[in-house]
Design a protein around this ligand. Sequence first.
Ligand SMILES: CC(C)(COP(=O)(O)OP(=O)(O)OC[C@H]1O[C@@H](n2cnc3c(N)ncnc32)[C@H](O)[C@@H]1OP(=O)(O)O)[C@@H](O)C(=O)NCCC(=O)NCCS
Length: 176
Amino acid sequence: MADSSSGVTAQVIRKANMADVPAIQALVNHFAGQRLMLSRSLSEIYENIRDFFVIEKGGAVIGSAALHMFWADLAEVRALAVAEGYQKQGLGALLVAACRDEAVRMGIKRIFALTFQPGFFKEMGYSLISKDELPHKVWSDCIKCPMFPDCDETALILELQQPESETPSSMDGQKG
Ligand SMILES: CC(C)(COP(=O)(O)OP(=O)(O)OC[C@H]1O[C@@H](n2cnc3c(N)ncnc32)[C@H](O)[C@@H]1OP(=O)(O)O)[C@@H](O)C(=O)NCCC(=O)NCCS
């Protein structure tokens, strides 16, 4: 996958594998300890490892994000974290773009995020929505959260463009 390096040691963004799980958990739970995001158990990350992208530098995981499918047209970006010392260098944007590209490939039409960083997601093109607009299925996860029901995360959504090949062809209007 793409190499986003500008330094001596390359930063590589790629799909995660089982060996990354302890490092992903340490990264996410570091920020969860600061109440910036939700904590994740090892079991939850292992079970959902195919959702995850990581950014690796010098063998260390310095960024993570996951795209979790909810319904035929809906997915969530979650567990987004960039290690302190590597923030404000475009890596968060790279992770969110990787999730967006995968969503497009999968035929997803909308991605949402529940976050304490709405400003970042607005920069990424997401728009604020009311949490009530999210389908009930989303709340099956929320019920397990220690913050439920007093969650003060903000909901944002990104409507995805269909790829060129799936938009109505210019030939369509020329039949008959
Ligand atoms: C939020 C986070 C992932 C952003 O990652 P990052 O690598 O620092 O972000 P980027 O450098 O890719 O920033 C992309 C753009 O968003 C802006 N941005 C970054 N964080 C922002 C924030 N909190 N609020 C508003 N804008 C923000 C940047 O200025 C940049 O804008 P620019 O392109 O105009 O310069 C990172 O700060 C982080 O891991 N924070 C701790 C964990 C956390 O809060 N995770 C989110 C849970 S949903």
